[in-house]
Every structure is written in structure tokens, then in C-alpha cells.
Design a protein around this ligand. Structure first.
Ligand SMILES: *[C@@H]1O[C@H](CO)[C@@H](O)[C@H](O)[C@H]1NC(C)=O
Ligand SMILES: *[C@@H]1O[C@H](CO)[C@@H](O)[C@H](O)[C@H]1NC(C)=O
Length: 379
């Protein structure tokens, strides 16, 4: 089943959009097959939940309901075809007022085969205004696809439907297979630093609001997620400098900027690197025990329980959180290794290697960055 995975991408993009500005979006097309005057392909953004015929097509008649046009309430009409063999009905729904998932759920309950959500403004698809556009309440039970179409196409379809034309639309997923193994793989490039102003706050808001969805999708096998952390290395000639000593671990091999941009107070860059390393190790150990989603709990709980402001951004505080999640502290410590040692840390080495672009995506240099199926979406 591909649907929920695609929805994950949409949710990700929507959330990411809210977090960090504009993102590139991959679009699909819908095809209008009648009336003659509207025949053609139109761009759309498909946000499928539980689509049963992924890789196939779905053809249906377009219905524009008389009321409840935003589908925020349950419908008191049925969109089910009355005879067997009747073509399915796609319900045209206006964007806004409630969650995307609420609309889909209400339409599904009323027997719709798909929803076409008409954008409320002329704008590039898909720019959801804020996380409130998505919602996760009925996510697990939604099986019909949701498609966002442009305001212009929506208005044309409405006019035709209200005129009594037979409006027929073909949804086509054959060209939009995002990944051969039908699972969305994504990376989230982040940072444990919590004192960098609005940018850090936004990252944390993203983690807080996306955690639940990410965990459900991961548990159901629709996504495969990997968190990543950026570090840089200190040029060899400077490894003994004050800057590198305060910003780096393992003798200049892995560094992060000082959180306060002041080497003499508060936490140093190296504290951030060590915490980032803990987070990667939490992911590794959790993933090895088949529970990668515990990373979200760790990052979330650590941010709340161990903030820099309260001087709790420490190994001790991290250990408490790790233990509270039932993760093996010995394994984590082993993974973290000795930050003072003059040697490579295989985990951070792999992180640095992963920073370099490969295939279609470029190097990761801006945080936060999402890489979905190896394409980069960044703010
Ligand atoms: C989804 O469906 C299951 C089984 O019918 C039900 O137990 C669950 O409460 C539903 N969840 C939501 C959010 O509607
Ligand atoms: C996480 O576990 C999965 C399944 O065991 C594996 O394929 C994947 O490579 C692991 N990821 C990392 C970063 O270790």
C-alpha cells in the first residue's frame, strides 16, 4: 500500500513548509476526460491516504455537494453509486476551515471514492499555510485518495457540475511511483542545539508536532526514517586553537558552532556535538532493536527536560531520558565512544560522509533539511 506513505510526504512537506519557508514539491496530474471543453491534463498534488490501487488509475464522476462544501461535517447525502458497476464519485471540496484529513474522512464515510480539494487561492501547489491544514486524527482509517487541485480548475469543474454536465476525471498514479520499494524513505537533518533563536524553536516545533505522525507511519512500515546531524572538521593546522578545542571533539574531527557564539560562557560547540552524537546513537540503538521511532521520543523529551537555559544540557540529563525510554545505556555509551580520544568515531564519520550530496541531491548545508527519497527539500 502506497497511500499512507505518500501522505507522509505531503504531511512532511506541509510541516516543513511551515517550519522553514518554501520547498520544492513534486506534482502529479489529473486528467479531465469530459466535458469536452475541459479535456486535458492539469497539475495537482496528490496526498493519498491508503490508496488501494497505487500504480494504477481511478476514474470517476465529479460531484459538487449542495452544502457542507468544505466537508468539515459529516454529509447527510451519499456519494455511493446506486447500482453495482456504477463509476465511483469524486467529491469536489473547498479548501479551508478544517483538517485535510477531516474532509477526506467525512467524504469517505459518505461513500466518496476520492476527494478533489479546490485550492482557495491562486498559488503554486502545494503550499499548505500551516500545520493545522493536515491533522492526523483519522489518518489510519482513511483509504480514499485526496487530491489538491488549483483554484482555476476547481472553479471550472464546479461550473460544469452545476450546469449538469457529466464531469469525468481520471486520477493517474502510474508515473508517480516515488520509490521502487513503495516505501518513503526520508532523512531529517537537525541539531540538538536549543539556543539559536527562532530557527531552533522552529525545529523543535516541527519535532513536537510531527512526532506522532512520524511514529505511526514508521510503525506501520510506510516510511523509513533516518535522522542526521551536520558536523564539520577543524583544519589540521588549527586543532590546538581555542576555537577548535571548544567547538570540536576527537581532536578537531567533529565540530559544531558555539551556541552562544561566545567561547567563554555557557555551552560550547563540542557540547552540541556530543549531544548530537547521543541522538544519533539513540537512533542507532533504537533502530537495531526494531524501534526507530523512539528517536522522536528521545529528542522531544530531551528538549523539554534538558534545556541549555536551565543548564541541564548534560550527559547526566541525557542518560535519564535514555533510561526512561528503556534503551540500553551501555550500548549508547559504546556508540558514543570517547570524545576526548584522538581517533575517528565511526558514527560521526558516517554522518560527515552522508552530508556530501550523492545522486540527485546536493550537499546538506542548511538546517533543518528534509531529504525525501533522496531529493532535498530545504528552507
Ligand atoms: C480506526 O478504525 C478502527 C477499527 O475500526 C477503530 O478502532 C479506530 O478507533 C479508528 N480510529 C480513528 C481515529 O477513527
Ligand atoms: C535501521 O534498520 C533498518 C532495518 O533493520 C535498516 O535497513 C537500516 O539500514 C537501519 N538504519 C540505520 C541508519 O542503521
Amino acid at each position: 500500500m502506497m497511500g499512507p506513505a505518500w501522505w507522509a510526504v505531503l504531511v512532511l512537506l506541509a510541516m516543513a513548509d511551515a517550519v522553514a519557508g518554501r520547498f520544492v514539491v513534486e506534482k502529479n496530474s489529473v486528467q479531465v476526460t469530459s466535458p469536452e471543453s475541459l479535456k486535458g491534463k492539469y497539475e495537482c498534488a496528490i496526498g493519498n491516504f491508503g490508496l488501494p490501487q497505487y500504480g494504477g488509475t481511478l476514474q470517476g464522476w465529479v460531484v459538487y455537494p449542495k452544502d457542507n462544501r468544505q466537508a468539515c461535517k459529516e454529509f447527510d447525502v451519499s456519494f455511493k453509486g446506486h447500482k453495482s458497476g456504477a463509476r465511483p464519485n469524486f467529491v469536489l471540496i473547498d479548501r479551508g476551515e478544517c483538517f485535510f484529513t477531516t474532509k477526506a474522512w467525512n467524504a469517505q464515510l459518505a461513500g466518496a471514492a476520492a476527494i478533489l480539494v479546490v485550492d482557495s487561492k491562486d498559488e503554486p501547489l502545494i503550499t499548505m499555510d500551516n500545520p493545522e491544514d493536515t491533522g492526523t486524527k483519522h489518518l489510519e482509517n482513511i483509504t480514499i485518495p485526496s487530491v489538491l487541485i488549483t483554484k482555476k480548475l476547481g472553479e471550472d469543474l464546479k461550473k460544469s457540475a452545476e450546469n449538469g454536465d457529466m464531469v469525468s476525471v481520471l486520477l493517474d498514479w502510474r508515473e508517480s511511483l516515488p520509490h521502487p520499494d513503495e516505501r518513503v524513505e526520508y532523512e531529517f537533518w537537525t541539531n540538538s542545539n536549543d539556543e539559536c533563536g527562532p530557527k531552533c524553536d522552529m525545529q523543535m516545533d516541527f519535532v513536537k508536532s510531527f512526532r506522532g505522525t512520524a511514529q505511526v507511519l514508521e510503525q506501520k512500515g510506510y516510511t523509513q526514517f533516518t535522522p542526521h546531524y551536520i558536523t564539520w572538521y577543524c583544519p589540521e593546522a588549527f586543532t590546538v586553537s581555542k576555537q577548535c578545542k571548544s567547538q570540536c571533539i576527537n581532536h578537531g574531527r567533529y565540530c559544531a558552532p558555539d551556541p552562544e557564539q561566545d567561547f567563554s560562557k555557557g555551552y560550547d560547540g563540542k557540547d552540541v556535538v556530543v549531544q548530537n552524537l547521543h541522538q544519533v546513537c539513540v537512533f542507532k540503538v533504537a533502530n537495531d532493536t526494531g524501534k526507530p521511532w523512539l528517536w522522536w521520543d528521545y529528542v522531544h523529551d530531551f528538549a523539554i527536560r534538558c534545556p541549555m537555559k536551565e543548564k541541564k544540557y548534560t550527559h547526566e540529563c541525557a542518560s535519564h531520558v535514555i533510561k526512561s525510554l528503556g534503551l540500553d545505556m551501555d550500548k549508547i555509551n559504546k556508540c558514543v565512544g570517547d570524545p576526548e580520544a584522538d581517533e575517528e568515531n565511526p558514527i560521526l564519520k558516517a554522518e560527515q560522509d552522508a552530508q556530501i550530496g550523492h545522486g540527485k541531491r546536493g550537499d546538506v548545508t542548511i538546517l533543518p533539511t528534509l531529504v525525501v527519497n533522496n531529493r532535498q527539500y530545504r528552507g
